[in-house]
Design a binder for this molecule. Structure first.
Ligand code: ADP
Ligand code: MG
Length: 244
């Protein structure tokens, strides 16, 4: 599916009584073509998660339009929207059940497919050591933060929806695993993907179709990794800073 965001603005009312307003998105526009995988990059607080929340229909925009293919978001039922979207976030909900149940979410999957996803998510060792019947515990207390994150990644990859949103999901992982996960996401064919990340690693960034740079609630720059470096503007300075 293609994602099209046109001039979307969002303001949060911080205080009902005195009406303190926080403009978070200011006429943000972007297009992600069907099957493309893009990075959404920007400093903390620039509105990246808010934009994803709007795209998922969790919150409403003050103005502007969001389309999936030619369909306006507000005409898509929440059931059909959630059937075609997956989100990988930092806060993962883990059930007090087995590792297998937490990965499969009580659905049946082909064994090979399951193995493939477990390998991609970096869960092979964990699932060998602990076993698929391992109890994750309440809120996944028997798993490490990185393991919980990998379960969330496996879950989303198994669902294999036409659209995938990734919100800083690799931040808690070590660099090698994070890179493996990003490459796994990049390798999925026919999936439209927006990947919010502040990891600036040339090897992975160069593989994304486009990098969208967000600054104070607007999309200020976009292009491939090399285009943005050549342009020597916002992304270039962020990249140089992180490499320094
Ligand atoms: P990012 O994901 O780029 O770090 P966010 O989209 O989470 O940024 O947040 C952008 C700004 O909006 C921040 O200042 C944040 O505090 C504020 N914000 C986000 N969600 C809410 C909310 N539900 N109510 C009030 N303010 C919010
Ligand atoms: Mg965020």
């Amino acid at each position: 599916k293609m994602i099209n965001v046109q001039n979307v603005s969002k303001t949060f009312i911080l205080h009902q009584q005195n009406g303190v307003r926080l403009p978070v998105l200011n006429r943000a526009s972007l297009t992600v073509n069907a099957g493309e995988c893009v990075v959404l990059h920007g400093h903390s607080g620039s509105g990246k998660s808010t934009l994803l929340n709007l795209l998922m229909g969790y919150i409403d925009a003050a103005s502007g339009n969001i389309y999936y293919d030619d369909q306006p978001l507000n005409r898509i039922s929440s059931a059909s929207l959630s059937a075609c979207l997956s989100l990988i976030q930092q806060n993962v909900f883990i059930f007090d059940d087995t590792l297998h149940a937490n990965i499969s979410m009580y659905k049946d999957f082909d064994k090979d497919e399951l193995e493939k996803v477990i390998a991609i998510s970096g869960l092979t060792e964990v699932s060998k050591e602990k076993g698929r019947a391992y109890r994750c515990g309440e809120n996944g207390k028997n798993l490490s933060g990185g393991e919980r994150q990998r379960v969330a990644i496996a879950r989303a990859l198994l669902r294999n929806t036409p659209i995938l949103f990734v919100d800083e999901a690799t931040s808690a992982l070590d660099n090698a695993t994070a890179q493996k996960v990003e490459e796994a996401i990049l390798s999925i064919q026919n999936q439209t993907c927006i990947c919010v990340t502040h990891r600036l690693q040339a090897e992975t960034l160069a593989q994304f179709d486009e990098i969208l740079v967000m600054h104070h609630g607007t999309l200020c720059e976009s292009g491939t990794f090399n285009e943005l470096l050549d342009r020597k503007q916002v992304f270039y300075s962020l990249y140089k800073l992180s490499a320094a």
